[in-house]
Design a protein around this ligand. Sequence first.
Ligand code: GLC
Length: 530
Amino acid sequence: MTELYRWWQTGVVYQIYPRSFQDSNADGIGDLPGIITRLDYLQWLGVNVIWLSPIFQSPMADFGYDVSDYTAIEPIFGTMDDFDRLLTEMHRRGMRLMLDFVPNHTSDAHRWFVESRASRDNPKRDWYIWRDPAPDGGPPNNWLSYFGGSAWQYDAPTRQYYLHLFDVKQPDLNWRNLDVRAAMYDVLRFWFDKGVDGFRVDVIWLLIKDAEFRDNPPNPDAPPDAPPREQQLRVYTEDQPEVHDVIAEMRQVFDAYDDRVMIGEIYLPYARLMTYYGSSAKEVHLPFNFALPLLQSWTAERVRAVVDSYESQLPADGWPNWVLGNHDQSRYATRVGQAQARIAQMLLLTLRGTPTCYYGDELGMEDVAIPLERVVDPSGLHGDYGRDPERTPMQWDASPYAGFSTVEPWLPLADDYQTRNVVAQRDDSTSMLTLVRRLIALRHDYLALRVGNYRSLHTDNAAIFAYLRVADEQQVLVVLNFASAAQHLDLSSVGTTGTLLCTTHLDDSGSVTLSKLALRPDEGVVIVLG
Ligand code: GLC
């Protein structure tokens, strides 16, 4: 089979949260020169696509997701020269670079918003979403911010409210305004002209809001103790029909360039998610698949149901993708424990579809409990969830600040960094890092893992999720034990013998007899059949 796949289909994506990856100038915050010094590590790990969370000029009210200039590098992170060097160094290594496009809102310090709020007749007034107060003087409707409280902020000088679905310092742009679209497409072109390979697009499913500003209805299924945001069905603030036209238009900006990728951040159930691949016109290449981070219970049965349901609902030409975590979600190792985190990594890296690895997960980094006085995330300060625990500094070595910095970092380090770090795990043949590196290498080496079909296998064992990946004559079997007890299986229905390519315990090799497959507690295996 000749490979007719694009780099974003066969690659392994690695998400860097720039503030937390590597500090190079002793301010306790990661930066671009720091990332450059770690490219050899990333290459060694085997990842070949890097997605950087926002690096643009920002007052950091939401740590870069509040952009005040989309075509300038935030000085905390470095200079445009640093950026150019990063891109050159990556391309020289055959790696691709994706940036983070934040189109739904700007910072309130963006000059567009400064103009917009200056007067009601400012030419940029309509670039944002301004509404008169309700008759009682209160907010125009009941829409809520994801970070807590009303999504409307009263601006006394012009006696109107502006909309902010996130922080009050993140006013929403008006994507019904064609000048806004043109200006934002120019931003994409600026970076594409530099050679950037693609974008992850922030909250793309929120870009358009109900034209009539109707109240969101109550959510009859929300438990009484659920946060206010969950007490509403967000039917007028999310997933509006007209958003698809905007995304299709945005996609054309990508397609005017050679081989660029658009990945959309979209939190929706599968049936709705699939519509973002586009029907009449192309939309995103990959709508992020967040089913695993959102999973309520980590059992073989649940995971298998999710994977099978995803596979069966994908449109014929829709390429799949998988994610375990990101800068908004609790770390996987914390959620499922270290033993099962290995199973999770094996799953992520052997399923069909582009995997995205969150920095530090390759070490089994865990959420870090943040003392109250060090909480900085706006959703933690004003809302009901804090995301600082999953954003702590990368653990490189056992030195005082984990090799991340030479000064106290902006977020506390994990207690275990002296033992859980890259240097300690790199030469340990049974570490999580060794496992992840081995799995990535297998993915690059085996066509079946890279692009092969997926078929889940029925076993009578509730602790087991097993599946086959098949391309041409190559068949790779993955068997995952979700229990902390040993399991014995007969998988002779798929073949007689096979060769072990990898186990989560990293201490085994050789041939296996499929009729008598034995898995140790919390063990996963990858086997090539025949
Ligand atoms: C996305 C980002 C999140 C940010 C929000 C507002 O969900 O991933 O970190 O706070 O959008 O931009």
